[in-house]
Design a protein around this ligand. Structure first.
Ligand code: IPM
Ligand code: MG
Length: 350
């Protein structure tokens, strides 16, 4: 199979984890006899520096022409006080919207080798295996009107029936292939948007009679995630809630560096580790590339239907974790491995 993939390293540790991910991609292609057609593009702060905009048109055209896009991370501290419109993050929001990737799958699982890495007690985190499905192209992030006007500022949370239906169907379908339980998370005791969201989820539910549906308020969910994480199979929630809950989920996985994600639409796929650009450790070859490498596995599975290949990458990640050849975030004591070393170790384990 020919895999036409665009790499967007972006900012901070994005470049380092992307090169580790690309190393694994090449190893997988070689092992399973696929050809890789890799190209690179600019996104985020690096794109602002080189072209004046966080999402150059050339990048967008390349993403539309590729089968799948991999993104490292965006964001630089020098833009901290800049308006949202002109920030590196705007590039990521723009490409998500342009590719129409409305469902962001963020799997959270505890790897046996990492139970000690979570600050939570082992008996709580052991066996955690869930997918947070975050709506990605609507809600507060994109709602109009928005702005700062003198002494008043506002954003708008808005959803249409169609936007809720399509992400709900994705989440139900995922649950159907897993443990058949879907938790809808909202704030329907306060927000009209959430009341409507819950109504639409209930309207979709009869299409999936074999999946058990429950509703949970987002504050309760924040608590249940750390109290009883095993109770969750698939969670579906709106954009901002999903952003927040998935970082909390990272605590269950032992490190935010472990979390992969897949953003899916009708046709295109965008794959990004959840961790962000981590400017404090950028350029030091010490970032954990396993979230990025897990995102490669997700790409193989969701964009190319290459299940064997995806499983091989995940098995290789598990082996490297067992070997203890891991980065500093997972290894408070002893000599940690570098980003490159972990990338090579996973490629070799393949
Ligand atoms: C994430 C990140 C992004 C988001 C930022 C970098 C715009 O936090 O993917 O979770 O909020 O979606
Ligand atoms: Mg986030």
């Amino acid at each position: 199979m020919n895999l036409k993939i665009l790499l967007l390293p972006g900012d901070g540790i994005g470049t380092e984890v992307t090169s580790a991910a690309s190393c694994v991609l090449q190893a997988v292609a070689k092992k399973f006899g696929h050809t890789l057609e890799l190209s690179e593009g600019l996104l985020g702060g690096v794109a602002i520096h080189k072209t004046g905009t966080p999402l150059p048109d050339e990048t967008l055209q390349k993403a539309l022409a590729a089968d799948a896009t991999f993104m490292g991370a965006v964001g630089l501290p020098e833009f901290d006080n800049v308006a949202p419109e002109k920030r590196p993050e705007k590039g990521l929001l723009g490409i998500r919207k342009a590719l129409g990737v409305f469902a962001n799958l963020r799997p959270v699982r505890t790897w046996p080798a990492l139970v000690e890495s979570s600050p939570l007690k082992n008996h709580l985190v052991e066996g955690t295996d869930m997918i947070i499905v975050r709506e990605l192209t609507g809600g507060l992030y994109y709602g109009e009107p928005r702005g700062i006007f003198g002494d008043r500022a506002f954003n708008t949370m808005a959803y249409t029936r169609v936007e809720i239906e399509r992400v709900t169907r994705k989440a139900f379908a995922l649950a159907r292939a897993r443990r058949k339980k879907l938790t809808n998370v909202d704030k329907s005791n306060v927000l009209e948007v959430s009341q409507f969201w819950r109504r639409v989820v209930n309207d979709v539910a009869p299409e999936f009679p074999d999946v058990e549906l429950e509703h949970m308020l987002v504050d309760t969910c924040a608590m249940q995630l750390v109290l009883s994480p095993r109770r969750f199979d698939v969670i579906v929630t709106e954009n901002t809630f999903g952003d927040i809950l998935s970082d909390e989920g990272a605590v269950l996985a032992g490190s935010i560096g472990m979390l992969p994600s897949a953003s899916l639409g009708e046709s295109k796929g965008l794959y990004e580790p959840v961790h962000g650009s981590a400017p404090d450790i950028a350029g030091q070859n010490k970032a954990n590339p396993l979230g990025a490498i897990g995102s490669v596995a997700a790409m193989l599975e969701y964009s190319f239907g290459l299940m064997k290949e995806a499983e091989a990458v995940n098995t290789a990640i598990g082996r490297v974790l067992e070997s203890g050849n891991v980065t500093a975030d997972l290894k408070p004591k002893g000599a940690p491995a570098t980003t490159d070393e972990v990338g090579r170790a996973v490629s070799e384990a393949l």
